[in-house]
Design a protein around this ligand. Structure first.
Ligand SMILES: *Cc1c(COP(=O)(O)O)cnc(C)c1O
Length: 394
């Protein structure tokens, strides 16, 4: 990074420690910095760029739509939002869609929708049971819904009404159910916690608890949705249907787009309840439509599942060879337990070696390559990872 850019960086709020690199170009699986160095990117914007960097379908959608119409205002219909909403409802169990710009905003909408439904159908019930180590975003309500250590006090007081249960512990959920409970909200796979999947019996148990106590099941699929886990949505892996689902990250393939989806029976917003300046803007929705069409194209998801298995097998082999821990996750959302707290050092060494990795916890690595990664790219990444891990885990 050149000294003048380092000087410019002083003008940004320091929200996260960043390495002294400026990325100037992305192409498929690769990022390039201002010195021309190439990196294989297994972060992909944090599981956002499902089709890799600057795929032709996205640049084409942006170019064509920006020449036609960027923003008529959310008070008017536009074609891309109608087409994307209809494609989403055709390929999911939901009937209605609201578009937002970020995962947190979609989750805020889900929380509001559940509370509104509680007012209409459950005597004002408003509590939403969420989970320790869960992550739902960085607005005040979604931070309160999250179960990240320390987030209960950092911007106190919290938004009330989010009692915490433990993932994969059904008793901890049923204990919290009371007449004020309106919903249960979870990530099918806790991403930021280190890729911790809800197990099958637990998810089915939650659905049964919701049916028994007349509660809404809210799936936060901001990270797990849009093909990330090998099926279009992670709830399909469990053979259950949530009442409400949120999408973000992958649905925009890199542009700010998110969605709140609901079944008709709980889709109770009336005009005035929900909105936003950018909700359903045609530029982002045109991209979302192009992304979703790509994910739905014949053979796309099956080929993504295949490279997901290749990566999982490769990580398992590495773990055996180097005496590391568990490999877990689904599709191309995977984690490797290192067995000791060296993940930050691994991330730094990997970046120097030209591989971008993420460490959600000090003891584990998370892998989020593009869903259209090739076998060759996966092989390349595994070889780089092995070279980097070997000296650091012994
Ligand atoms: C990233 C994420 C969010 C927040 O999305 P933003 O677009 O950053 O607001 C919410 N829930 C889950 C599960 C996420 O992974």
């Amino acid at each position: 990074m050149s000294p003048d850019l380092v000087a410019l960086s002083q003008s940004l709020m320091p929200i996260i420690p960043r390495p002294e690199i400026v990325f100037t170009r992305g192409e498929g699986a690769y990022l390039f910095d201002d010195q021309g160095k190439r990196y294989l990117d297994w972060i992909q914007g944090w599981a956002v760029n499902c089709l890799g960097h600057s795929p032709a379908v996205i640049t084409k959608a942006l170019t064509e739509q920006s020449n036609l119409l960027i923003n008529p205002s959310p008070a008017f219909f536009n074609e891309p939002s109608l087409k994307l909403a209809s494609l989403l409802t055709q390929h999911s169990c939901f009937d209605h869609v609201f578009f937002a710009s970020s995962g947190a905003e979609a989750n805020e909408g889900a929380i509001k929708l559940a509370r509104k439904w509680g007012q209409l159908h459950k005597g004002g019930a408003f509590e939403i049971i969420t989970f320790t180590d869960g992550f739902h975003g960085r607005t005040l309500a979604t931070m309160s819904a999250s179960g990240k250590a320390g987030w209960d006090t950092i911007f106190a007081p919290q938004v009330p009404g989010f009692p915490k249960a433990k993932l994969n512990n059904l008793a901890s959920v049923s204990q919290l159910i009371n007449p004020n409970t309106v919903a249960i909200m979870l990530e099918p796979i806790q991403g930021e916690a280190g890729v911790i999947p809800a197990d099958l019996a637990f998810m089915k148990g939650l659905r049964a608890l919701c049916d028994e106590h007349k509660l809404l099941l809210i799936a936060d699929e901001v990270q797990t949705g849009c093909g990330r886990t090998g099926s279009l949505f992670a709830y399909e892996l469990y053979g259950i249907e949530p009442d409400i689902m949120t999408l973000g990250k992958g649905i925009g393939g890199g542009v700010p787009l998110a969605a709140l989806l609901a079944k008709r029976a709980c889709s109770c917003f009336v005009p005035g309840d929900q909105g936003g300046t950018y909700c359903g803007n045609p530029l982002m929705c045109a991209v979302g439509f192009a992304v979703l069409q790509s994910l739905l194209a014949e053979g796309f998801l099956s080929s993504s599942r295949r490279v997901g298995l290749q990566l999982m097998d490769g990580l398992k082999a590495l773990s055996r060879e180097l005496g590391l821990g568990e490999v877990r996750g689904h599709g191309l959302l995977l984690a490797l337990e290192l067995g000791c707290d060296v993940a930050p050092q691994v991330v730094t060494a990997a970046r120097e070696a030209g591989l971008l990795l993420n460490a959600p916890r000090a003891h584990c690595l998370r892998f989020m390559p593009a869903l259209n990664s090739t076998e060759d790219e996966i092989r390349q990444g595994l070889a780089l990872l092995r070279d980097v891990l070997k000296p650091l885990v012994h």
